[in-house]
Design a protein around this ligand. Structure first.
Ligand code: NAP
Length: 265
């Protein structure tokens, strides 16, 4: 049986497990299983790889997307550029692969090659593409974590001028603002706003990033990476001012489908 899984902590509401189990059933994919591995510390990572020799691929979620990198043998170009991994392909030497594929092996997982990918970037790109208009030449990304980096990578590649809002910024730099610096001038010039913080995510649904929503207009596109709730407070406030809004559900589906393709190609 081929096994796929998810590592992260805590894993109370795993989208991945439900999504893949439903996919296996719907598409009649037999002899497969999907398992969650709630690990707080990545020191437990290699024992998961060693004790599940049928494990073919892992999704990676909070808080391990960045600190998993030193545990991997190789990164694909996108993951390397972003500096975050949400998908690991596991190639074992017992499989019928070219011996040059299995190299740079880590002693703790010596017959295995672990390759890191970032499918969040693909998911975000696929989901935002249909909504982009000419006025979206600048973007404001709220937050600076792994997801924000994937969003920035995609938008920069499209040619959009990216700015961040961060609690860690005291004075504005070329591409970064503090929350208190956001004003009418900035918000009216930047017509694409992406929430890449966990603010507003279930169960803290009464939270939203502290930005001046009153300057958001019908020319704005506001994207929240959060998908639970379906409409976060950030999206509600933006929608009340006439903005076009998108939640993170389509991104989530696209990133999972891409992971499945990577694990099985
Ligand atoms: P993260 O690393 O935990 O946080 C992202 C950033 O948010 C932090 O670096 C921080 O930026 C800011 N932040 C965190 N807590 C905050 C608070 N209390 N107040 C203000 N800012 C805060 O998370 P992530 O992995 O990047 O994910 C961010 C969000 O995207 C999560 O809600 C996650 O579920 C969602 N996501 C969705 C998808 C999808 O497929 N839809 C994929 C990936 C992630 P500063 O320190 O710079 O302020």
């Amino acid at each position: 049986m081929k096994l796929y899984g998810l590592i992260g902590y805590p894993l109370t509401h795993s989208f991945s497990e439900k999504y893949f189990k439903a996919k296996f059933q719907k598409e009649n994919i037999s002899d497969v299983d999907f398992k969650t591995f709630a690990i707080k510390d990545l020191k437990d990572f290699s024992s998961i790889i060693k004790s599940n020799d049928n494990l073919k691929g892992l999704s990676v979620t909070i808080p391990h997307k960045e600190n998993i990198i030193p545990f991997l043998d190789e990164l694909d170009e996108t993951a390397k550029n972003i500096g975050a991994v949400n998908c690991v392909k596991i190639v074992r030497s017992s499989e019928n692969v070219d011996s040059s594929t299995i190299q740079n092996l880590k002693p703790e997982t010596s017959n295995v090659k672990l390759i890191g990918f970032n499918t969040d970037a693909y998911g975000f790109q696929q989901s935002i593409k249909p909504f982009l208009e000419t006025q979206h030449e600048k973007a404001l990304i709220i937050g600076t974590g792994g997801a924000a980096k994937a969003v920035a990578y995609v938008l920069k590649n499209i040619g959009i001028d990216v700015h961040f809002v961060s609690r860690k910024t005291n004075h504005s730099t070329n591409n970064s603002f503090s929350y208190s610096e956001l004003n009418q001038n900035i918000v009216s010039k930047i017509k694409l706003i992406v929430n890449a913080t966990p603010l507003g995510m279930y169960p803290n649904t009464n939270e939203s990033p502290e930005i001046p929503y009153e300057y958001i207009t019908s020319e704005h596109l506001c994207y929240d990476l959060i998908y639970n709730p379906e409409e976060s407070l950030f999206l509600q406030k933006a929608k009340n001012n006439g903005a076009v809004t998108i939640n993170g559900l389509s991104m989530l589906h696209h990133q999972a489908d891409k992971a499945w393709e990577i694990w099985n190609k």
